[in-house]
Design a protein. Sequence first.
Length: 649
Amino acid sequence: MGNHHVHNEIDRSKLQTFTKALLDDLRALALMLEAGQVESGVRRIGAEQEMFLVDREMRPAPLALEVLQRAKDPRLTTEIARFNLEANLTPLELKGDCFKQLERELSEVLEIARNGAVFYGADILLSGILPTLNQLDLTLANLTPIPRYEALNSSVISLRGGPLSIHIKGLDEITLEHDNIMMESCNTSFQVHFQTSPAEFVNHYNTAQAITGPVLSAAVNSPILFGHRLWQETRVALFQHSTDERSRSRMARSQPTRVSFGEHWLEHSIVELFHEQICRFRSIMINEPDGDPFEKIGRGEVPQLSALRLHNGTVWRWNRACYGVTDGVPHLRIENRALPSGPTVVDEIANAAFFTGLMVGLPEEYGNVCERLRFEDAKVNFFAAARHGLDAHFNWIDGSNYSASALLLENLIPLARAGLRHAAVNEVDIDKYLGIIETRVKSRQTGAQWTMKAWDSLGETTSKDTRRRLLATAMCANQKLGLPVHAWSKIAAPALEDWSQSYRTVGQFMTTDLFTLQPDDLINLAASVMDWRHIRHVPVEDDEGHLLGLITHRQLIRLLTEGKRKTAEITVRDIMLKDPITVSPVTSSLEAMETMRSKRVGCLLVTEAERLVGIVTSFDFLEASAALFAQHMKPASQLVMAKAKRAQT
């Protein structure tokens, strides 16, 4: 849980005071470690659960503050967006039925959150990325009004010096810019915490780095963003882009991003990681120091090291080193941030058991992993897993090479089983949770694979908006059933789409795959594009995507009938409509239809910030109207058939 008590404004004096506190905290931590004052000899696990709030149509519901007020559970807290929540689970000693307890508590707190949401006509959904999210949901109006998030947004955008750029290529490709950090709210995760001793920290941290890629390959659950099929775990790419505060000059110097896997194995202690983070990354949030840590140590008290923890909370390594204090006892832990939320509670606990078992079992089998695996291979493995899931290939110990499935089944699942046994976890729980991982791998049905198969089964005749809502609806239903994802069945396309939900706004069914021209293009090119692609309207834009005009088939016909100039000499600029009628993606469909009727035009160009983002034509509305007519006629036709049947009998 992040510190919400931060300064909204950072001046030189406050920053200098915070920097001094930060350096003092780090020296105090080094002193405590040297004096043996940090807890040793016990291993614990814990977890943080991020989730989405959705409305009855499975779209993001910005109700977090209202749901928290109704739930009144201290384990629930805010996240960056009003449609996100976070649950913080009770740390448990790694032994016995700890994973069963973790599953029980997680189910309990989700039910509390769900009951709070239901009061407002909403629900809870676990998904790495919510399928129904749109870029229009990611406005500052949906930023949770808490100083921490406001400070984070203003600092990142200020340091960046302009909008955040996002480019991800998978089966599809997406390129966009965004002027705030709300893209981060697209990502929800299930973060596993592993407490270790100072003497074991380095080996355990490097073990976490080595195993994160292979574990992620079996846990991927985020293949779709804004209707685009990207990586199996798109969160990995999106999170790095969504908080990238680097200016162009720092990018040119290849400075690392705040979201990273790291650049090398850890060699000495946790302090080494904090040294690097303070050297590389400026403080983008500051708080009031909580007193001199050395004075507290001298009085026999435990310092909270709040400045160090706040700064650490603004550097998002996929395996984050953490200092914490529980019941007055300081400890060190490793927070794995790579695993996605969902698909179900039992899947998440299985992922946690797999990760934890390897944290214990891998060092027992291989000793110091740094001596047998190149760091570069561990890093490549991580990104291969994020891109390809179970289709990834990994470079592994002593130069060996495996497919993801082979490595997991032949090597890592048995190692995790041995690790959990070594930790004295109940055998029945080991069988249950690692059995889920094994069956998932053998069936090759991760959350991401189920999503992609479901997307394909819905067919291209179903609109993207409907497919996204059906995916989210099926996810929610399956989560409530509690079946692990390998047991989820396919979903079928509906006989008729729900027109009232799929065509409410222009953005839901506009065409975004556009063929465009530039002003200096020859009009012969415009005619060829229309002929080849069977279209009647071609937008005109500049290199930056700003809308400049429109060419229509009527203009070409008029040009040919007038015959005053040779068409080979005419450019698009000469005849384009310079002020075409535009709407925004959030314009209601009824308003758009009325605009087309009253203005007597056959298309509307869709723009955001004067940039072209889509087009909607009279043919699109004709299809929608036909769907609506069919929906209204279906009950009537059923009634006629029923009457005819009764007459026959």
